[in-house]
Design a protein around this ligand. Structure first.
Ligand code: GTP
Ligand code: ZN
Length: 303
């Protein structure tokens, strides 16, 4: 039978087999000779040894499509990046920085603006429009009023998704709602997402349906992606891409260079000024950080 490892505790792997439930498995397969350790998220083949008590052996690990280090999960398809419309106010610079990191890691991303119930005007629509024009899939939800949950379920379908976003935006609330819907449909008992109390919590996947999974450790710090240099930042702003041909210099940073397609596009309203301003601010911050990490000799000598 084929399934997905959703949890690992003390040498046992818990494998979710669609329509058959979760099997407690040991790793017995030949992959052990190759020093291949099963990961949460791995698609595996198992042999059932005790059907009544749902026990089995992992025979084979199917090829990994991706491997995330923190959280340590294989085969992640996408990140759901959650911000709130208010409480807390969305920090778009943080959002753009995160988008750049996810782009650099090559992970698909869906943006979700939660707490739609707190909106006074049409902030949700404005943000949706802005980031849709950048090129992202955007959702507006309210966990409090159960709004936008259906489109959210749709983007999670057939995928393994990690929730990320700043503190207090409603990630756990959304996860719990999605899970309750599942528990309601399947009659199983739902487990509330709780965090921060145990420092050594292991990652676990929540099976939403037969092939949709959510990583149960939401949070900014829980999704750690590789750093990249300030020189590469410009490549992660996908809305800049269509205008690069109009830059005079091949490695144009779109800052002080003359004849720059990106700056022109900002002037013409084709790139949102907020995106460009955030690009500059993040670039400067990264430069500052790099300077401190690798101080030049002359700086040292001066001391
Ligand atoms: N008004 C409103 N409040 C919400 C909504 N979703 C969550 N909240 C509230 O916002 C607060 C934070 O929600 P959480 O779900 O804990 O947020 P989180 O993103 O998981 O936060 P961290 O655990 O700090 O990462 C709670 O008091 C929730 O009740 C929403 O859609 N509207
Ligand atoms: Zn340029």
């Amino acid at each position: 039978m084929r399934g997905k490892i959703v949890k690992g505790i003390a040498g046992f792997y818990y494998v979710h087999v669609p329509e058959h439930g979760v099997f407690e498995c040991k790793a017995r397969g030949i992959f052990r000779k190759e020093a291949l350790t099963p990961m949460i998220g791995d698609d595996v083949e198992i042999q059932v040894v005790d059907p009544a008590r749902k026990k089995g052996n992992i025979e084979k690990i199917l090829e990994r499509r991706s491997e995330l280090l923190r959280p340590s999960v294989a085969n992640i398809d996408q990140a759901l990046l959650v911000f709130a419309l208010h409480q807390p106010e969305p920090n778009l610079q943080l959002l753009d920085r995160f988008l750049a990191m996810v782009e650099n890691a090559g992970i698909d991303v869906v943006l979700c603006f939660n707490k739609a119930d707190t909106e006074q005007g049409s902030e949700g629509e404005a943000l949706e429009e802005m980031y849709r024009r950048v090129g992202y899939h955007v959702l507006v939800t309210s966990a409090l009023e159960d709004r936008g949950l259906e489109p959210l379920k749709k983007v999670l379908h057939h995928k393994t998704t990690v929730f990320a976003g700043p503190s207090g935006v409603g990630k756990s609330s959304l996860l719990n709602l999605l899970q309750e819907a599942v528990s309601f449909e399947t009659g199983s008992v739902s487990r509330k997402i709780g965090r921060g109390r145990h420092t050594t919590r292991h990652v676990e996947l929540i099976a939403l349906d037969k092939d949709s999974y959510l990583v149960d450790t939401p949070g900014f710090s829980s999704l750690q992606l590789d750093d990249f240099s300030s020189q590469d930042l410009k490549d992660q702003f996908i809305d800049f891409h269509p205008f690069l041909d109009a830059c005079r210099f091949k490695g144009c940073m779109h800052l002080k260079e003359p004849v720059c397609g990106v700056k022109e596009a900002v002037r013409d309203g084709k790139i949102h000024p907020s995106r460009y301003e955030n690009y500059k601010a993040i670039y400067e911050e990264m430069q500052e950080l790099q300077k401190n990490q690798y101080p030049r000799k002359t700086d040292k000598n001066r001391r």
